[in-house]
Design a protein around this ligand. Structure first.
Ligand SMILES: Nc1nc2c(ncn2[C@@H]2O[C@H](COP(=O)(O)OP(=O)(O)OP(=O)(O)O)[C@@H](O)[C@H]2O)c(=O)[nH]1
Ligand SMILES: C=C(OP(=O)(O)O)C(=O)O
Length: 204
């Protein structure tokens, strides 16, 4: 069974670039996007390993009916968190590790399956984000993950020997700012993010 490893920043500190969304609303959006990302990965048959110090995460997972192993954040940012999650997954016997950002609200199980179906027997692969600059997913099978996310990570992942995968757009729509959010909403998002958007509209 593939293991999906996600690093999740505490809701209230995440997505500072989404300035157009006021802080309490933004934390709710971060939570919703993380749940939709996790739900899509779980629906595609991935076991979830989450690295996070967000105190509300276990209750949110329970509310969403999602089973996951939650590990404490080792500190040092996204890449150390993903390394810790991947190491734990491999210690538990994982062959295939799929590391993803947790802000992919348009992701669905078919898109995850399309990515997993493109992997070879051994190696590292990445899914560039929609802009082509960043990375939405990094996958490793039979070898170490070696994550180099943040900023212009697509070029770093390519330079490190990972192969770029063609992937459905739903797997590439990470949300960093208001434009990304509007695009994902137009594309269609999972139930948690859709409910967040509906409540926002309802609140005027
Ligand atoms: N556990 C953990 N996850 C992190 C950390 N930093 C970023 N992440 C996660 O990494 C993924 C990509 O994060 P970014 O897009 O850089 O998001 P961000 O730091 O929330 O956004 P900005 O504040 O706008 O830069 C998201 O899933 C974040 O929750 C960290 O220090 N620890
Ligand atoms: C984490 C990433 O995205 P960003 O830093 O742009 O949010 C990345 O693309 O590696």
């Amino acid at each position: 069974m593939p293991v999906a490893v996600l690093a999740i920043k505490p809701w209230a500190r995440a997505k500072s670039r989404l300035e157009a969304v006021a802080p309490p609303e933004r934390a709710a959006l971060v939570r919703a996007m993380a749940l939709d990302t996790c739900a899509a990965l779980a629906a595609a048959g991935c076991r979830l390993v989450l690295v996070s110090d967000e105190p509300g995460l276990p209750a949110a997972l329970a509310e969403a009916g999602l089973a996951a192993t939650v590990l404490p954040d080792p500190g040092g940012g996204l890449n150390p968190a993903l390394r810790a999650g991947a190491a734990a997954a491999v210690r538990d016997g994982a062959q295939t590790v799929l590391a993803a950002v947790s802000d992919l609200p348009a992701l669905d199980a078919d898109a995850v399956t399309a990515v997993l179906d493109r992997l070879g027997p051994v190696g590292r692969w990445f899914v560039p984000d929609r802009s082509g600059v960043g990375t939405s997913m990094l996958l490793a099978r039979g070898t170490a993950l070696e994550p180099a996310f943040e900023g212009a990570s697509a070029a770093r992942h390519a330079a490190s020997g990972a192969l770029a995968l063609e992937a459905p757009e739903r797997a590439r729509l990470d949300v960093d700012d208001e434009t990304d959010l509007a695009r994902a909403l137009r594309h269609g998002v999972g139930g948690w993010t859709a409910a967040w958007a509906a409540a926002r509209v309802g609140a005027g």
